[in-house]
Write a protein that binds this ligand. Structure first.
Ligand SMILES: NC(=O)c1ccc[n+]([C@@H]2O[C@H](COP(=O)([O-])OP(=O)(O)OC[C@H]3O[C@@H](n4cnc5c(N)ncnc54)[C@H](O)[C@@H]3O)[C@@H](O)[C@H]2O)c1
Length: 269
C-alpha cells in the first residue's frame, strides 16, 4: 500500500485547471478517417493533442487531418491495416520514433454486417471478428507495449450497446463487441499497476457512414434499435468527444476497465 503523506486528502490550488488537459499528448486514432473516430480525432486536435489518424482509407484520413489543421491543430495521417500485426507493430515503432511516445490510443476501426444468423457467411463472420476484436487487440498489444515501457498511457476501445444487448441480424458484430468489452477489462486488470489504463466507450446507434450503409442494405436492425430508444434520435459523433477526452486525460486517473455508455439511456430500459 502506498503511504499517503500530509496533504494527501487536500485539493491543491489550481488542481482542476489541468484535469482535462490533453495538450501536447500524442493520440493515435484508428479508424480516424471516418465517423466516430474522425470526430474524436478532430476533438482531440481541437483540444491541442498531437493526433495520428491511422486508417486503411487514406482519403478519409487526409480529410480528418485537414479538419484538425483548419483549426490550427496538429495531425498527421498514417496508412494502417489494424489486422496486420507486423504493420501495427511497425506503426507503433514509427510513431514513437517520430513523436517520442504514444499517450493515448483510440481503437475505432470497425465494421458491421447484417445477416440472419442461420445464413451468416463464414468469411463475413471472420472479417467482422478479425477487424473489430483482433484488430483492437493487436493495436492494444503493440501500442500498449510502448505505454508499459513508459509506465503511462490510456487506451480507449470502441464498444457498443451491442456489447450488452442483442438486436437482429448482427450476431457477428454483437459477438465482437462483447469480446471488446472483455478484452478491455482483461488488459485493464493486467496493466493497472504498470500505469496503463484501458477503457471503452459504448455508443448508442450513431449518425455515421457505417450506420447509413448498413441501413441501406436492411433497416431491420436500425428499426429494432430505434424503437427501443428513450428518445427517437441517433447519437452524433461529436457527442462522444467529451467521454473520449475524459478517458484520455488525468481526470479519469482512477477509471480503468470500464466502458462508458454514451447511449442516451438505452440500457436503462
Ligand atoms: N455507427 C454506430 O452506430 C456505432 C455504434 C456503436 C459503436 N460503433 C463502433 O464505432 C467504431 C467506428 O464506427 P463508425 O460508425 O465510425 O464507422 P465508419 O465506417 O464510419 O468508420 C470506420 C473506419 O474504420 C476504418 N477501417 C476499416 N477497416 C480498417 C482496417 N482494417 N484498418 C484500419 N482502419 C480500418 C474505415 O476505413 C473507416 O474509416 C466501430 O468499431 C463501430 O463498431 C459504431
Amino acid at each position: 500500500m502506498t503511504a499517503t503523506g500530509p496533504g494527501a486528502t487536500e485539493v491543491p490550488r489550481g488542481y482542476v485547471e489541468h484535469l482535462f488537459d490533453i495538450r501536447g499528448r500524442v493520440a493515435v486514432v484508428t479508424g480516424g478517417g471516418s465517423g466516430l473516430g474522425a470526430a474524436i480525432a478532430v476533438g482531440f486536435g481541437q483540444a491541442g493533442a498531437r493526433v495520428v489518424v491511422a486508417d486503411i482509407n487514406d482519403d478519409g484520413a487526409a480529410s480528418t487531418v485537414e479538419q484538425v489543421e483548419s483549426v490550427g491543430g496538429d495531425a498527421r495521417a498514417l496508412h494502417l491495416d489494424v489486422v496486420d500485426r507486423a504493420a501495427v507493430e511497425a506503426a507503433a515503432d514509427q510513431i514513437c520514433g517520430e513523436l517520442g511516445s504514444v499517450d493515448v490510443l483510440v481503437n475505432s476501426a470497425g465494421s458491421a454486417f447484417r445477416c440472419p444468423a442461420e445464413e451468416f457467411p463464414e468469411d463475413r463472420f471472420d472479417y467482422i471478428l478479425s477487424l473489430n476484436l483482433k484488430g483492437t487487440y493487436l493495436c492494444c498489444q503493440a501500442f500498449g507495449r510502448k505505454m508499459l515501457a513508459r509506465g503511462k498511457g490510456s487506451i480507449i476501445n470502441m464498444a457498443s450497446i451491442g456489447a450488452f444487448v442483442a438486436y437482429p441480424l448482427a450476431s457477428a458484430y454483437l459477438a465482437s463487441k462483447g469480446g471488446v468489452l472483455q478484452v478491455t477489462r482483461a488488459l485493464a486488470l493486467e496493466w493497472r499497476d504498470r500505469g496503463v489504463r484501458v477503457n471503452g466507450i459504448g455508443p448508442t446507434l450513431m449518425e455515421s457512414p457505417l450506420t447509413r450503409s448498413a441501413a441501406q442494405r436492411s433497416s431491420v436492425t436500425a428499426d429494432f434499435i430505434t424503437a427501443r430508444m428513450l428518445r427517437p434520435r441517433l447519437g452524433l459523433p461529436r457527442e462522444l468527444i467529451g467521454a473520449a477526452i475524459f478517458l484520455a486525460s488525468d481526470a479519469s486517473e482512477l477509471v480503468t476497465g470500464h466502458t462508458i455508455m454514451c447511449d442516451d439511456g438505452y440500457l436503462t430500459a
